[in-house]
Ligand binder design. Structure first.
Ligand code: ZN
Length: 631
């Protein structure tokens, strides 16, 4: 869960180590570390990292916060990316796979060379050799033109165990290399090798630059499996490859649209009939890596699916169990609707569904009635519209159970939409279709969220109750303040706007308060607001809102007073803490009679007072503040 990951990363990483990578001159002074601020130009160091409380503060520009905040600021990334990168550094697992092993250029070129040679050989067999007869029959049956055979470098693997192996040998490709390229396999006896693809129609699979990195082989007879791909190799990663992308790139850019089909044959048929912006997933559920590749240059992604596949996509099968891993970014695949909506959000792309007529797949449509293809694609429905239609289609006006089920199933999907306007649109859409009050739909969304987070909530609560040091107390005050400001944002808009974000340590609290302050939330409840937040931040926001439950109702005036009070306390605590740090440094510098350091520290005290003067600090001989007549 995201909350656990955040805590785990905080436990494992030291902010001092992290900052040192960006601020080379960071030096220990007492219990803290000092260096030149990476966020503003300065000649003398006023940037301090506090090892004990694991946060930082710049006495020059006023920036401050925790490990996550530092990383977000210095790398210019959003919380999600910071979480992902820091997880890698901390060795905390957020997602399975997805990381590409760095590949030595020379090895890579050799592997691609071997695959390319094999592609040429398969192609020769299909077009010229007697052993390719079965392949040529298939070409005829499917009506694949010679032009497509050339464009896609289609080929045929003869019904033999060692023909490719010996051909590769004749071209000085060692068995070790052929094995690594996934072209041959080791005999079980451990004695020698044999061809991996036998009696199969061969589709070379290229990366987006057109380099052959592997193959898909379609069985000619009843051999199983019907489709056999190259094994996972250092250059062949099924999850990140898209069939036909190298040939479709131009056309995708021109059409500003990409169509994803399921089969290799569908892609070839589409190209043959002049629709060249068509690619295929690799016989598995679509992955995030694939979507992120095809969307380049495309404003819209259309998935062209036969009726069965489209129906399955919208049944949201398995969604109930997935609410369990809601905060989890592991699920990189579109195994269901949940993945699709996540892709749309994360990749900021629209995905639409074009459903083929009952009993037909794209290949059938393209061959039998190619003129229908453009209109089918044009009529593709945005994924959520499509899903809502399917899920509400057979729910009658009086079918209470059906309505409940539909809302229950679709609620977690809505949770994935961050664009508030879009989200409100679909909540309204679903409510209208089911003839329900929008509030019921909203409360269901919230209820589903909570169920998925109970575990992480319990863990966080127990962790917080174990910690009694100042760091935890600080965090708790900060959390409480954020919770109040979130729950009552209508009442406290002016207070939120005045919160100095650099005094807020938890990057998630900063994100929540920053969003409340910068967006127009009039007429929006806290729940509606939370639904639209990024996942990890929404997790935290839910936790905050939940922590307020069970507290007695308060009058608006009390709420305003309380938030103002906590805010002021937080500022005072922060100010007091920084002041003590500087004063103790100053005493040491005075003992050492280090004139430069004394000057610098006095300057920093002055700047601290300017920024925090509103907290009415005790009068100090070292600085002027808002009470000084000079101002
Ligand atoms: Zn600074």
């Amino acid at each position: 869960m995201a909350n656990d990951a955040v805590a785990e990363i905080r436990d494992r990483l030291d902010i001092v180590d992290l900052v040192q990578q960006y601020v080379p001159g960071l030096k220990r002074t007492g219990r803290s570390f000092k260096g030149l601020c990476p966020f503003h130009q300065e000649k003398t160091p006023s940037f301090v990292v506090f090892a004990d409380s694991q946060n930082f503060h710049c006495f020059g520009c006023g920036k401050g916060g925790d490990l996550f905040t530092f990383f977000m600021l210095i790398e210019g990334v959003e919380f999600r990316e910071a979480l992902r990168d820091l997880a890698v550094r901390a060795g905390v697992e957020l997602q399975q796979g997805g990381f590409v092993t760095p590949q030595h250029d020379e090895d890579r070129a050799k592997l691609i060379g071997a695959n390319d040679l094999a592609a040429t050989w398969f192609h020769h067999i299909l077009t010229k050799a007697p052993q390719g007869e079965a392949g040529r029959r298939l070409l005829q049956e499917r009506g694949i033109s010679d032009e497509m055979v050339e464009r896609f470098r289609l080929g045929f693997a003869p019904d033999s165990w060692e023909l490719l192996l010996s051909f590769l040998g004749s071209r000085s490709i060692e068995p070790e290399l052929a094995l690594e390229a996934g072209l041959i396999q080791e005999r079980r006896s451990g004695d020698g090798h044999y061809d991996r693809f036998r009696n199969r129609f061969m589709f070379p699979i290229s990366n987006r630059d057109g380099e052959v990195v592997g193959f898909g082989g379609r069985a000619i007879g009843d051999d199983m499996p019907k489709y056999l791909n190259s094994p996972q190799t250092t250059i062949f990663d099924k999850g990140s490859l898209v069939y036909g992308l190298d040939l479709a790139r131009e056309s995708i850019r021109k059409a500003e649209e990409v169509v994803i089909v399921e089969g290799y044959m569908d892609v070839i048929a589409a190209h043959q009939f002049g629709h060249e912006n068509v690619v295929a997933s690799m016989g598995t559920a679509l992955t995030e890596a694939q979507v992120s590749q095809v969307r380049r240059g495309a404003k819209r992604i259309v998935m062209a699916l036969d009726a069965d596949a489209a129906g399955q996509m919208a049944t949201l099968r398995g969604l109930e169990t997935m609410t369990d891993s809601m905060g989890n970014e592991d699920e990189q695949q579109s195994t269901n609707a949940f993945g699709i909506v996540r892709f749309e959000r994360k990749l900021k792309t629209e995905i639409a569904i074009a459903q083929m007529p009952e009993g037909k797949d794209p290949d059938d449509i393209l061959r039998q009635s190619p003129d229908d293809w453009p209109s089918l694609i044009k009529r593709a429905q945005p994924f959520l519209d499509f899903t809502i239609d399917i899920l509400t289609g057979d729910v009658g006006a009086d079918d209470a159970r059906g309505k409940s089920e539909a809302v229950h199933r679709i609620a977690p999907l809505f949770r994935q939409i961050t664009d508030r306007v879009v989200q409100a649109h679909y909540v309204g859409e679903l409510a209208r279709k089911l003839r329900l009050d929008e509030r019921i739909v909203l409360s269901e969304i919230r209820r589903t969220n909570m169920a998925g987070r109970e575990r992480s909530l319990r863990q966080q609560v127990s962790r917080e109750s174990e910690q009694v040091d100042g760091r935890a107390r600080e965090r708790t005050n900060e959390n409480y303040l954020t919770a109040l400001l979130l729950r009552h944002h209508q009442l406290t808009a002016d207070i939120v706007a005045a919160v100095p974000l650099d005094d807020i340590h938890d990057a998630r609290n900063r994100a929540i308060l920053g969003t409340i302050a910068s967006e127009d939330l009039s007429g929006m409840t806290a729940e509606q607001f939370v639904v639209g937040l990024e996942e990890e931040i929404a997790d935290h926001a839910d936790y905050l809102l939940n922590s307020l439950e069970g507290r007695p109702e308060q009058f608006p005036g009390q709420i305003r007073m309380e938030t103002t009070q906590i805010l002021s306390n937080l500022g005072k605590e922060r100010f007091g803490f920084l002041l003590r740090e500087l004063q103790s440094d100053l005493r040491e510098a005075e003992k050492r009679e280090d004139g430069d350091a004394i000057e610098l520290l006095k300057e920093q005290l002055r700047s601290l007072a300017e920024r925090h003067g509103r907290y009415n600090p005790p009068v100090s001989p070292y600085f002027k503040d808002s009470r000084s007549p000079a101002r």
